[in-house]
Write a protein that binds this ligand. Structure first.
Ligand code: ZN
Length: 142
């Protein structure tokens, strides 16, 4: 286990536009504000969604696509540095018309119907993502 301590800095509340790509728009927001470390949360609704499940043996994501309206019951994510740029890692819990839940790692291609987000910036040393041999993922170097 390893961890670093951070202080809270700025807090933003905002709304994405109809038709935005959820992950790309949130990423553009943090990059535009110069947020290098922080957290992201969001609730809303989607026109369609793509979430990933990491196949441990294959070392890659299997995508699961929902080509229909879905609620975002919760999006939780963090902001750190990957390839020199602020990068968002987010997971979503989605709900359908029957109240059933699905979820996974948020992928590009998830399209906003309505989205209310909160982004909090932390102050402290950059958290840098590096390839991890054990998992095949790009993890924080601590
Ligand atoms: Zn993930």
């Amino acid at each position: 286990m390893a961890a670093r301590e951070y202080n809270r800095k700025r807090l933003f509340m905002g709304r994405l536009a109809y038709g935005d790509d959820l992950l790309n728009s949130l990423t553009a927001f943090v990059q535009e504000k110069g947020i290098r470390t922080g957290r992201v949360q969001m609730i809303g609704a989607l026109q369609k969604a793509i979430v990933g499940f990491y196949d441990h043996k294959a070392g890659k994501y299997i995508n699961c696509e929902f080509e229909k309206p879905m609620e975002v019951l919760n999006l939780t994510g963090n902001v750190s540095i990957k390839d020199g740029q602020p990068f968002i890692h987010a997971h979503v819990t989605l709900g359908d018309e029957k109240g059933q839940s699905f979820g996974g790692h948020l992928m590009e291609g998830t399209i906003v119907f309505a989205a209310e987000f909160i982004v909090e910036e932390f102050e402290g040393e950059d958290l840098i993502r590096k390839p991890d041999e054990t998992t095949g993922l790009t993890l924080w170097e601590l």
